[in-house]
Design a protein around this ligand. Structure first.
Ligand code: GMT
Length: 367
């Protein structure tokens, strides 16, 4: 199949999922075209994957440059030039609206169905805002196929938008060869890791508080991986709580699989998480997640078996779980093995990618 993929290429989990999906589809022989404003993160140099940049012309009249229109034009152009079979857009706003326009623009000459994948705040936050609600609902209904990354997000979409369009749940996935546990863990310091884009929804300050409490009982260090709006506040808090010497702010990194292999516990204290890709990456790497019981996270983590689930903001509870794991090597190893097993048996690429392929075939045949 010839597939055009659009996502937010440089920021967040939806872009990572879209990029990994493109790579996996290319491995399976499909022709992949990324249509985005920048070359997607994690897209290695692959001559078989084409990247089409969306350029947005600015003009003094435009207080807001109309990116959605430039994207729609580029989608139609690329689809015609490369005979695309379909478009797959990640994160509804504004990508599904642009895809809808591109489909309309080509209607006289060729069929161009599109699939929309809902990822999270496109539904739970941004799409709910009055300014975007009607167009988000409309573009979901107009999509030829709709997928959501968790059952929880599917339910929320139906409840919030009242859409009747069928939504298929296709969970986030993991390349289990890339994300794999350390063959043998180095003895020594116990390590906690957090990976995110440091937005308020991730509650990165909780990570610092949890670490500070845990350190009263067990020797450990915390690696904070990523960057974003709350990094400065997190660094200040680490100073204030007197733990800065045991916290390393590593910034944005491309070697996440290698970093995860060095860790024992992964913190994901998010306010909201429609799935929690970071926790899945940790689990596949044999790192036990201590996370919050929100959104789609319980679809991923089995409480007390492959990780722990706590209430949002309960830093004492999360610190107690961290101490439980770091203070009992055997327990930690047993749960790490269970986490890896769950990740491989339920979320590996071999299981998930064919479900996207089946969805593509369905929307292509529906015409
Ligand atoms: O919804 C968002 O905040 C954006 C999105 C992103 O690009 O970071 O994150 C969501 O998509 C990920 C990949 O599907 C999920 O694993 C995350 O749980 C989800 N984030 C939230 O729901 C906050």
């Amino acid at each position: 199949m010839r597939i055009g993929i659009t996502c937010y290429p440089t920021y967040g989990g939806s872009g990572i999922v879209a990029t990994e999906l493109g790579l996996e589809l290319a491995n399976r022989g499909h022709q992949i075209h990324f249509i985005t404003y920048a070359n997607p993160i994690r897209l290695s140099e692959r001559p078989d994957i084409l990247y089409h940049e969306v350029e947005v012309m600015n003009y003094p009249l435009f207080q807001y440059p109309p990116y959605s229109l430039a994207l729609a034009s580029r989608m139609a152009e690329v689809a015609a030039a490369h005979s695309l079979d379909l478009l797959h857009v990640h994160y509804a706003i504004p990508h599904s609206v642009s895809a809808m326009l591109a489909r309309g623009m080509l209607a006289g000459t060729r069929r161009l169905p599109f699939v929309t994948t809902l990822h999270g705040t496109d539904i739970t936050l941004v799409g709910m805002d009055r300014s975007y609600f009607p167009i988000t609902k409309y573009s979901i209904e107009q999509s030829d196929g709709v997928t959501s990354i968790s059952e929880n997000l599917r339910r929320q979409t139906i409840e919030t938008f009242g859409v009747t369009k069928p939504i298929e749940v296709i969970h986030n996935f993991i390349n289990a060869s890339l994300y794999s546990p350390a063959v043998e863990r180095k003895p020594g310091c116990k390590r906690i890791v957090h990976v995110s884009n440091f937005r308020p929804v991730k509650r990165v300050l909780d990570c610092i508080r949890i670490h500070a409490i845990a350190r009263r009982s067990v020797e450990c260090e915390l690696w904070m991986v990523g960057d974003g709006p709350d990094r400065g506040a997190a660094e200040r808090l680490a100073h204030e709580l007197g733990v800065i010497d045991s916290v390393r702010f590593l910034g944005k990194r491309n070697d996440i699989p290698a970093l995860l292999r060095e860790a024992h516990v992964l913190l994901m204290p998010s306010e909201m998480e429609s799935f929690g890709l970071a926790a899945l990456e940790g689990m596949a790497s044999g790192v036990v997640p201590v996370a919050t019981r929100v959104g789609g996270v319980p679809e991923l983590i089995a409480e007390g078996v492959s990780g722990f689930l706590c209430d949002v903001g309960d830093v004492d509870g999360q610190a107690a779980r961290v101490v439980e794991l770091l203070g009992d090597c055997a327990r930690c190893e047993t749960m790490a093995a269970a986490a890896r097993r769950e990740a491989v048996e339920r979320f590996s690429t071999d299981l998930i990618i064919p479900r996207y392929e089946a969805m593509y075939r369905r929307v292509m045949e529906a015409g």
